[in-house]
Design a protein. Structure first.
Length: 376
């Protein structure tokens, strides 16, 4: 099938006027009908599009793939009519992978009873009726929109996996999703490979490694068989190693096995134990260092107290010596004053004695002088 077939105006399902919904990808069209009962019949069967109600007719692609093409005059708003050939091819590949998984049926373009969603391919478990929607998402879509559409499936108890064949899928960590590489030729469904969205945990490496050598059909079988889980990756392990080199990419969630989930948990427990042991060693070292510092502070405190006591003792001795010297100086001053007073007293006594002796000598001289004669 190529992109020019009916300009993309095709679908794999149609409404039969008597049998209801038929599926061109099923051998009996899902209703016990032969392809020839709707293909190039005369008179023509009144088939209609399950999405827009416009007339459709059965066709074969150049590669003999069966589908339904819209009649001229279709509505430009029909979602099935505007899907690209690549979109249809991916839906067909997913349906083939589901049917090859065993125990599951695959129906294309299945709408919800209330019209809230339309699954590109709905996988239904034959045993318990559980459902998994597979969405071929090739056109751009925002994280909010894809979250909203995923929530609609969840509200009806339907799991979902989004599939893109683009090289870079920005919403790969937003919802359960994978990126695939188309086969060459694209109709070789068994050669479609998952190139992003599937990881395994390498315990020796201590991290997640991207798995890019798993066929899409194998991936589908693992998911339907509950061999894979959409796992929220631990915060410390979100750098995913790419095969064959040192390159990495960031992923917060991814498909993986329970064994890898357990390995991540085991590694995280080991890492936490190592961190706990490291923290214990650091705490012991911190306590030891604090003890050492406390001992050093105590030693410094005691040394400071000794220095203070010595300084106080030196001051005390200095004060005693100063008082002793002051007392000595005061005693010397008083003795000097006493001596000076005694010397002054002795000098005064000597002066008085001299004065007495001089007066006595004057008297003796005076007494020895003849009386003056009378005038004649």
């Amino acid at each position: 099938m190529n992109a020019n077939d009916d300009g993309g105006r095709m679908s794999f399902t149609a409404l039969h006027p008597e049998r209801g919904r038929i599926d061109a990808t099923l051998a009996d069209l899902g209703q016990g009908l032969a392809w020839e009962s709707v293909y190039r019949t005369q008179p023509r069967i009144g088939l209609t599009c399950p999405e827009c109600g416009h007339g459709v007719h059965a066709k074969l692609s150049p590669r003999r793939a069966r589908y339904f093409a819209h009649d001229p005059g279709r509505s430009p708003h029909c979602r099935l009519a505007v899907e690209s050939a690549d979109h249809h091819l991916l839906k067909l590949t997913l349906a083939q992978a589901i049917r090859g998984a065993g125990g599951w049926s695959a129906d294309l373009e299945v709408p919800a009873s209330d019209g809230s969603w339309r699954a590109d391919v709905m996988a239904t478990c034959v045993a318990d009726g559980s459902r998994v929607a597979w969405e071929a998402q090739l056109s751009p879509i925002t994280d909010d929109d894809i979250h909203m559409r995923t929530d609609r499936y969840a509200a009806d108890d339907v799991d979902v996996c989004w599939v893109s064949s683009r090289d870079r899928v920005p919403w790969l960590c937003a919802v359960p999703a994978i990126a695939v590489t188309p086969a060459d030729p694209p109709t070789a469904a068994e050669r479609w490979m998952v190139h992003d969205g599937l990881v395994r945990f390498d315990y020796t490496r201590g991290g997640w490694v991207q798995v890019d050598d798993v066929p899409l059909a194998t991936f589908v079988r693992w998911v339907l068989g509950r061999g894979l889980t959409f796992h929220p990756i631990g915060r410390r392990y979100r750098r995913i190693h790419l095969p064959g080199g040192a390159a990495t990419r960031r992923r917060s969630v991814s498909w993986t096995t329970q064994r890898s989930i357990d390995a991540e948990a085991k590694h995280e427990a080991m890492r936490q134990q190592q961190e706990a042991a490291k923290s214990a060693r650091e705490e012991q070292a911190r306590v030891a260092e604090e003890d050492r510092k406390q001992v050093e502070r105590e030693r410094q405190r005691q040394a400071e107290e000794r220095r203070r006591a010595e300084a106080e003792e030196r001051h005390r001795l200095f004060v005693i010596e100063w008082e002793r010297q002051r007392a000595t100086r005061e005693a010397q001053r008083r003795e000097q004053e006493r001596q000076q007073q005694e010397q002054a007293r002795q000098e005064e006594s000597a002066r008085r004695e001299r004065d007495r002796q001089e007066q006595a000598a004057v008297r003796r001289w005076w007494n020895g002088c003849p009386p003056p004669s009378s005038p004649s």
